[in-house]
Design a protein around this ligand. Structure first.
Ligand code: P6P
Length: 342
């Protein structure tokens, strides 16, 4: 059978009545932007786009307080420009922009809101480690012609689509429109994303966890216990040995979990409690949570289902536990027992 392209997959979803034409076209446009970003990332030193944005001694700092990489800024511009004229969007929001940005008045406006992390894990870009783009699609509330930040403050259950592009040894697009999670691999010769994994299922059990262990002394008690039990291995209460991975690129860690299971954690710690956590809800945790749940996994803040969190700020941060269902449930049980005084 001939390979199924992203275009054909989306047309078949539309023919089945699961998505509308505007959402299909929006996803195609985002995928095209990811192809352009993939080319820029792939040039590395040859593209003159590595290193920090800004000028020597005057780094460009984003609203997160993080030094921006040149590719952070370039990827953000690519997503904004590619999505400006299509008529599918009313506004965009990004990790790299203080506030949301309406579609320019010279272009037609659509019924969707797009929020993204244009280049997640960009601290890895200079060391040639996988980075990615994470995106989430929301409906623009009825009757809102000039959406602002407040209109993006929708729970993760309101997402109509979510996905990430992983710029690794191959470029992959992992996508859900609410009917399973599917992976597409970029055929660079043709320039198309080709369906390579339909209906991904994350194993419910795992022996692999992802955490930044350098934060261990700052973790809350239930997280300390959770990781200590795994490190105790066969002789400990879990009765099995665990392996650890930490890429420090959420897209890479989540893609591994999509492929062979595991749990990804970025919990509260003494350093980030005041901010509510490290990772951002609207354009990191929520899209990944939808993708993981659609693949049979689970996603939680440690205290509640991620997709049920009601956002209060555009760049709100949350603790994250996501991946193999039974493993996430165990970590959540430890947090609930601790909170109940257990
Ligand atoms: P740390 C990248 O900056 C990111 O937002 C995620 O992609 C990644 O999982 C995490 O932060 C890494 O954080 O503290 O290990 O550098």
């Amino acid at each position: 059978m001939s390979p199924i392209s992203l275009t054909r997959y989306l047309i078949e979803e539309q023919q089945a009545g699961r998505i509308c034409a505007d959402l299909r076209l929006l996803i195609e446009v985002v995928a095209r932007a990811c192809k352009t970003i993939s080319i820029a990332v792939g040039k590395g030193d040859l593209g003159g786009v590595l290193g920090d944005a800004g000028t020597p001694g005057a780094a460009s700092i984003n609203i997160q307080g993080e030094a921006q990489k040149k590719l952070d800024v370039l990827s953000n511009e690519i997503l904004l420009e590619t999505n400006a004229w299509g008529g599918h969007l009313a506004a965009c929001a990004s990790e790299e922009m203080d506030h949301s940005q309406p579609i320019p008045d010279r272009y037609p406006k659509g019924n969707y809101l797009l929020v993204f992390d244009p280049l997640d894990g960009s601290s890895n870009i200079d060391v040639n480690v996988t980075v990615g783009t994470i995106f989430s699609v929301l409906r623009c509330p009825e009757g809102v012609s000039a959406p602002g930040d407040e209109h993006f403050l929708q729970p993760g259950t309101a997402q109509v689509a979510a996905g990430y592009a992983a710029y690794g040894s191959s470029t992959m697009l992992v996508l859900t429109v609410g009917h399973g999670t599917h992976a597409f691999t970029l055929d660079r010769e043709v320039g198309s994303f080709i369906l390579t994994r339909r209906d991904i299922r994350i194993p419910e059990e795992t022996k692999e966890f992802a955490a930044n262990a350098s934060n261990q002394r700052h973790w809350e008690a239930p997280m300390q216990r959770y990781v200590a039990e795994m490190l105790a291995g066969k002789q400990g209460p879990r009765g099995k040995d665990f392996n650890m991975r930490w890429v420090a690129s959420m897209v890479a860690d989540v893609h591994r979990i999509m492929t062979r299971g595991g749990i990804f954690t970025y919990p509260l710690d003494a350093k980030n409690t005041a901010q509510g956590g490290k990772l951002r809800l609207l354009y990191e945790a929520n899209p990944m949570a939808l993708l993981v749940e659609q693949a049979g996994g689970a996603a939680s803040t440690g205290r509640m289902r991620m997709l049920d969190v009601q956002p209060e700020k555009l760049h709100q941060r949350v603790p994250v536990f996501l991946g193999s269902k039974h493993e996430v449930e165990y970590a959540v049980a430890l947090h609930r027992a601790h909170d109940a005084g257990g």
